[in-house]
Design a protein around this ligand. Sequence first.
Ligand SMILES: NC(=O)c1ccc[n+]([C@@H]2O[C@H](COP(=O)([O-])OP(=O)(O)OC[C@H]3O[C@@H](n4cnc5c(N)ncnc54)[C@H](O)[C@@H]3O)[C@@H](O)[C@H]2O)c1
Ligand SMILES: O=c1ccn([C@@H]2O[C@H](COP(=O)(O)OP(=O)(O)O[C@H]3O[C@H](CO)[C@@H](O)[C@H](O)[C@H]3O)[C@@H](O)[C@H]2O)c(=O)[nH]1
Length: 434
Amino acid sequence: MTVFGTGYLGATHAACMAELGFEVLGVDVDEAKVASLREGRVPFYEPDLEPLLQKHVASGALRFTTSAEEAAAFGDVHFVCVGTPQRKGEHAADLRFVDSVIESLAPHLDREALVVGKSTVPVGTAQRLAARLAELAPSDQVELAWNPEFLREGFAVEDTLRPDRLVVGVASERAEKVLREVYATAIAAGTPFLVTDFPTAELVKVAANSFLATKISFINAMAEICEATGADVTMLADAIGHDARIGRRFLNAGLGFGGGCLPKDIRAFMARAGELGVDQAVTFLREVDAINMRRRGRVVDLAREVLGGSVLGTRIGVLGAAFKPNSDDVRDSPALNVAGQLQLQGAAVTVYDPKANGTARAVFPTLGYAESAVEAATGADVVLLLTEWAEFTQMDPSALEGVVAQRRIIDARNALDPARWRDAGWTYRSLGRP
Ligand SMILES: NC(=O)c1ccc[n+]([C@@H]2O[C@H](COP(=O)([O-])OP(=O)(O)OC[C@H]3O[C@@H](n4cnc5c(N)ncnc54)[C@H](O)[C@@H]3O)[C@@H](O)[C@H]2O)c1
Ligand SMILES: O=c1ccn([C@@H]2O[C@H](COP(=O)(O)OP(=O)(O)O[C@H]3O[C@H](CO)[C@@H](O)[C@H](O)[C@H]3O)[C@@H](O)[C@H]2O)c(=O)[nH]1
């Protein structure tokens, strides 16, 4: 089989398919990425992925190329894992990479093949691509299926090898049969395997991400109320989370969601609903987005408040740049956004992230970068915890004693024990906790 796109999703999928016993060819247009993967080096940080890559590159089960023609000849199942980012200045998804895979692959498909979309796309895309595939492929035994992916960064390998469900949108029993063979290991282990039509499969993905985003913004809205009343949003989340119908997961209030998925997916969903004339069905997502973006401003305001009204000329130590821990991904990162806003307002900002300094520097070269939490906090008038890496949440306040200029900390992820910091003489502030 082949995997088009070897980013966070595709590289993981390719390595995991090799782990399941398939011969896999990864395809990417980025020559540097392909060169790195060929040497067994994952060009981003994802726990557990590199050993898997190295094992299967070494055995020859996993190879990489930049040639779509080579891929067409290599396999009968072709996964599409390329990016579908937000279009510049718009809410809609940019589908040019998905389109280009079909345009480059289809003309070489001269025998039976199944093209399986995994990228997150607006509903209706699969039907359009299936028609294009039929137009371009020399063989009439070429078909499309849609198999959305639900993996989380930081747990990508585990989620791929042991998914909590598999969803396949198919147009024929033959396609279903092929996908049952591909996922035989997970199915045998009891993973629910849901067979749907194209639009349902596409919608399952955006509905799931919309629900997760809504859950986070719901608790962040409660955090705003807690701040106005002196209530504690963490205890509130614990209490409502005990209701099994609600559940405690994804109720961590704080700086809100970012990354390459939730923000752009809810926006693309709104744009698509607008095109379909059903925008009213998802106008609540506008509020979900707005609540989420307000969290970033709230942290900047809190920093200003703690610093006596202005950040101008102050020194700020920032812990975390990635959009979440255990990842080096800084796409739409709330942490970097806050760091950038504070710098724009005149603070000297020094950032430290255990894995994301490099990716952060590439998009935000003007910020200061440190090699450790202590270095970032050196001389700081306030320290901001913006990504809850274990390295930060387990830190003892004494580690920064005598390092900072002022013992002030803003815990924007509600990830520290307030008593521990206050008892050590720190001014501790968080979002939605007294
Ligand atoms: N990152 C995640 O956790 C995750 C999880 C589930 C779904 N998704 C979805 O998967 C898709 C990919 O996301 P990602 O985070 O891996 O993106 P990414 O930007 O990390 O990777 C995309 C890759 O596709 C390559 N590419 C572009 N055009 C190509 C072409 N014509 N042929 C071959 N390769 C090409 C790019 O060079 C890049 O390496 C998106 O639709 C995303 O919404 C991502
Ligand atoms: O209680 C919570 C949980 C998460 N977040 C934030 O939400 C964002 C997204 O987190 P998470 O969903 O864990 O990360 P992703 O790797 O982006 O995964 C989401 O997006 C992927 C791509 O579509 C999907 O496959 C996954 O199922 C979906 O969880 C991050 O900024 C988190 O800090 C919170 O603020 N509070």
